[in-house]
Design a binder for this molecule. Structure first.
Ligand code: ADP
Ligand code: MG
Length: 638
C-alpha cells in the first residue's frame, strides 16, 4: 500500500486524507483517461454489477449477523441523472465500505478480470490500441468509469457502522478520503457519482441509459430504478426477477446471453445453455453455460470460480465447487430450496444435497454434449476444440465417467488430421485383422504425423490417433479400451500389424529374415550403443525411414517415459529399442561397411541413433559429437 495520510490539521476529523494509487492502478487510469475506445458505455455495466454485488453481499452477511437483518429491505439500485450539473450517479443499499475497504478496493487492483487485462497488455508489450480493443472483453471494473468522468465521488457507509466516508479522485495518481457527516451519506450502501467529461453528454440522456442497461444489465437479479433529473419520480427499468427462476419458455436467447455475460464476466456468446428444474426428493434449479471461447485462465488452477449457489435467491457462495475439475470451464448457477440459509462454506462443501446436485450437473452436461454431438456436430466440435483438453482430464480422474467421455471425445488422427475422429467411428472402420486402437502421443501434432513409427500403419491404411495434449499420455495408460478394443501405442513393443493386409500400391514391408550381414550389423550396433538402447532389432513397421526408436515390449510408452523423466523420475525407466529397416539402402550399405571395417562404421551407428532421437523431438545424445560426425560425413560427400 503506497497510501499515506497527509499532514493537514490532524484533529479535524473532516479533513481529507490523501492517498496514492498503487502503481498498476495509476497505469490503468492513464490508459482509461486517454482512451478513445468506442465501447465506453461498459462503465455502467461495471458500476451496476458492483452495486448488485454489494447488495448480495449484504444479504449474505445478514444471515450470520442479526443486527444487519433490519437493513436488508427491498434491495434497489438507483441511477440518477442531472443534466445541468453533468452528473450521473449509481446508488445501492448494499454492504457499503469502511475507510479500509475504500483504500483496498478503490486504490489497488483486486479484481481478477482487471489484473488479467493488465497482464494481457503487458504480454502484448504495449499500452496502446491493441490492448484497448480488449477492454470490453475483460471486466475492467470500477476504474473504467474514468473513461467518461473527470472526477468521481463515492459516498458510502457500511451497513454495520455509523461512520460514513467520501472518496474522491480525478483519476490522476491520487485519491482523497473524507469522513462524511451522517446526513450527507446513504443510510447504508454506496452512491457513486460521476462528473461526466466533455465527451460524455450521451450518458445524460435517459433513453441512452435505458438502452445500455437493457443491453448489458438486463439479467441483473436486483431491481433498477432511473431518476431522470433532480426532483423527478423514480421509474423502474428492470424488475430484477432472477432469470433462473423463470420457466425456460419465458426466457429469450438474448436474456440468456445477457445473463451468461454477467455470470461469466466474459462477453462472447454461450456455446451451450442448459436450464432445468429438478423436482422430487431435492428441488433445485440449474442454469449452466458452456462459454463460446476459451477463458484466458482455463489452465490456471487458482482461477476464480464462476459458480454461484443460491438458496431461495440468496447468494450463499460464489466459490463452491459445483462441478468436477474437468468441467471447470462451465459457468453455473444453482438455486436450491432444500439447503439451510445459514450454512457455512465448509458445510456446503460437504453437504449431501450439494453432493447430489454436483453429480446431477455433471451427468446432465455430459448428456447434453452427447446430444449435441449427434444433432449439431459442428457446434459440438467447436466446443470440443476449446475444452476437449480439459474434458479429457475426466478420463483419468473420474473412471466412472470414462465411458461417457469416450463417447463424445474427438481426436486428430492420421486419416482425419482436423481432429474430429470419434472412437465409435474409429472402431467401426477397423481394417481386417486389426484388433487395437492405435495412438501416438507427443506434444506437437505435426511432428507426430510425420513420425517414422507410423510408416507401416500408413501402408496398411490403419488409422492412428495423434494425441498431443499433455493429459493424453496419462489416460491412455489407465483406460482399458473402448468397445472391447485395447488402446495401443505405436511406439510401444513390436508392431503387431503383420496380419493386416497392405493397401494396394503401398510400399512393401522390409524382409522379415535377416541376411548374415544384417544380423552381424545388429549385433555390432547393440554392442556399441548398448548403454543407450535396450536392444537393436529389425523393424516391420518402417517403410521409408532407416531407423526409429520404440519402447521395449513391456515398457512405458515413449512420451510417458519422457514426461516422467522431465519430472525427475527417470530412475525407474527403461531404455528404448532401436529398430532398423533391413530393406533400406543405408542400412544395407552400413552393414557392408561394418563387416569390412567395424571401426569406420561406428559413426554411422551413432548417427542413426541420434537422428531417430531428433525426429522424436529429442536432442542428440551429445550435440558436439553429433555435429562432428555430420561434418565428417559432409567432408567425405563433398
Ligand atoms: P470487482 O467488482 O471485480 O471486484 P471492481 O473494480 O469493479 O472489481 O470493484 C473493486 C472493489 O470495489 C469491489 O470488489 C468491491 O469491494 C468494491 N466496490 C465497488 N463498488 C462497490 C459498491 N457499490 N459497494 C460496495 N463495494 C464496492
Ligand atoms: Mg466489479
Amino acid at each position: 500500500m503506497t497510501g499515506h495520510a497527509n499532514a493537514h490539521s490532524s484533529n479535524d476529523a473532516a479533513q481529507p486524507s490523501d492517498y496514492g494509487f498503487q502503481a498498476d492502478v495509476a497505469r490503468l487510469l492513464e490508459l482509461m483517461t486517454h482512451s478513445v475506445y468506442s465501447e465506453r458505455d461498459i462503465f455502467l455495466r461495471e458500476l451496476v454489477s458492483n452495486a448488485a454485488d454489494a447488495i448480495e453481499k449484504l444479504r449474505h452477511e445478514a444471515l450470520a449477523n442479526e443486527s444487519l437483518a433490519s437493513k436488508t429491505g427491498a434491495p434497489l439500485v438507483t441511477i440518477s441523472l442531472d443534466k445541468e450539473a453533468r452528473r450521473l450517479s449509481v446508488a445501492d443499499n448494499g454492504v457499503g465500505m469502511s475507510r479500509d475497504d475504500l483504500v483496498a478496493a478503490l486504490g489497488t487492483i483486486a479484481s481478477s478480470g482487471t489484473r488479467a487485462f493488465l497482464d494481457d497488455l503487458e504480454a502484448k508489450g504495449d499500452g496502446g490500441d491493441k490492448g484497448r480493443a480488449f477492454i470490453g472483453r475483460f471486466g475492467i471494473g470500477f476504474y473504467s468509469a474514468f473513461m467518461v468522468a473527470d472526477k468521481i465521488e463515492v459516498e458510502t457507509r457500511r451497513a454495520d457502522s455509523t461512520e460514513a466516508f467520501l472518496w474522491t479522485s480525478e483519476g490522476k495518481g491520487s485519491f482523497q478520503i473524507t469522513p462524511l457527516a451522517g446526513d450527507r451519506a446513504p443510510e447504508y450502501g454506496t452512491r457513486v457519482t460521476l462528473h461526466l467529461n466533455a465527451e460524455s453528454d450521451e450518458f445524460l440522456e435517459p433513453s441512452r441509459i435505458e438502452d445500455i442497461l437493457r443491453e448489458h444489465s438486463g439479467a441483473i437479479a436486483i431491481p433498477i430504478d432511473l431518476v431522470e433529473g433532480p426532483g423527478k419520480e423514480a421509474r423502474r427499468l428492470t424488475d430484477g426477477s432472477a432469470l433462473w427462476t423463470k420457466s425456460k419458455s419465458d426466457v429469450t436467447e438474448q436474456e440468456y446471453k445477457d445473463f451468461y455475460q454477467q455470470l461469466a464476466g466474459q462477453f462472447d456468446e454461450p456455446a451451450l445453455t442448459v436450464h432445468w428444474r429438478a423436482e422430487g426428493r431435492t428441488e433445485y434449479t440449474v442454469l449452466a453455460f458452456i462459454p463460446g471461447s476459451r477463458p484466458f485462465d482455463l489452465f490456471d488452477p487458482a482461477r476464480k470460480s464462476r459458480s454461484k449457489l443460491y438458496v431461495r435467491r440468496v447468494l450463499i457462495s460464489r466459490d463452491i465447487d459445483l462441478l468436477p475439475p474437468w468441467l471447470r470451464f462451465v459457468r453455473v448457477v444453482v438455486d436450491s430450496a432444500d439447503l439451510p440459509l445459514n450454512v457455512s462454506r465448509e458445510m456446503v462443501q460437504n453437504n449431501p444435497i450439494v453432493g447430489a446436485i454436483r453429480k446431477a450437473i455433471a451427468s446432465r452436461i455430459l448428456q447434453e454434449l452427447t446430444k449435441l454431438a449427434s444433432s449439431e456436430p459442428e457446434k459440438f466440435n467447436s466446443i470440443w476444440k476449446n475444452f476437449g483438453a480439459v474434458l479429457k482430464e475426466g478420463l483419468h480422474e473420474d473412471p466412472q465417467r470414462r465411458d461417457e467421455i469416450f463417447a463424445i471425445a474427438r481426436f486428430a488422427s492420421v486419416l482425419r488430421p482436423e481432429g474430429e475422429r470419434g472412437l465409435k467411428d474409429y472402431v467401426e472402420s477397423l481394417r481386417p485383422n486389426q484388433t487395437a486402437i492405435y495412438y501416438i502421443t507427443g506434444d506437437d501434432k505435426k511432428r507426430l504425423a510425420a513420425s517414422p513409427q507410423l510408416e507401416g500403419f500408413r501402408a496398411k491404411g490403419v488409422d492412428v490417433l495423434l494425441l498431443d495434449d499433455a493429459v493424453d499420455a496419462f489416460w491412455v495408460t489407465s483406460a482399458l479400451g473402448f468397445d472391447g478394443k485395447p488402446f495401443k501405442s505405436v511406439t510401444q513393443g513390436k508392431a503387431d500389424i503383420d496380419s493386416i493386409p497392405a493397401l494396394e500400391g503401398a510400399a512393401e514391408p522390409p524382409p522379415a529374415d535377416a541376411t548374415p550381414e544384417i544380423a552381424l550389423l545388429t549385433a555390432q550396433m547393440k554392442e556399441t550403443l548398448g548403454e543407450h538402447v535396450e536392444d537393436v532389432r529389425l523393424s516391420t513397421r518402417l517403410r521409408e525411414s532407416p531407423a526409429c526408436l520404440v519402447a521395449p515390449d513391456h515398457g512405458l510408452d515413449l512420451q510417458l517415459t519422457r514426461l516422467l523423466a522431465e519430472s525427475g523420475r527417470s530412475g525407474i525407466l527403461g531404455k528404448p529399442v532401436l529398430e532398423i529397416n533391413p530393406g533400406h539402402e543405408i542400412i544395407a550399405a552400413l552393414a557392408k561397411k561394418a563387416k569390412a571395417d567395424r571401426a569406420s562404421a561406428e559413426d554411422g551407428f551413432w548417427l542413426l541413433l541420434d537422428t531417430a532421437r531428433i525426429v522424436d523431438g529429442e536432442a542428440p545424445l551429445d550435440a558436439s559429437a553429433f555435429a562432428k560426425r555430420v561434418t565428417a560425413l559432409l567432408a567425405r560427400a563433398g
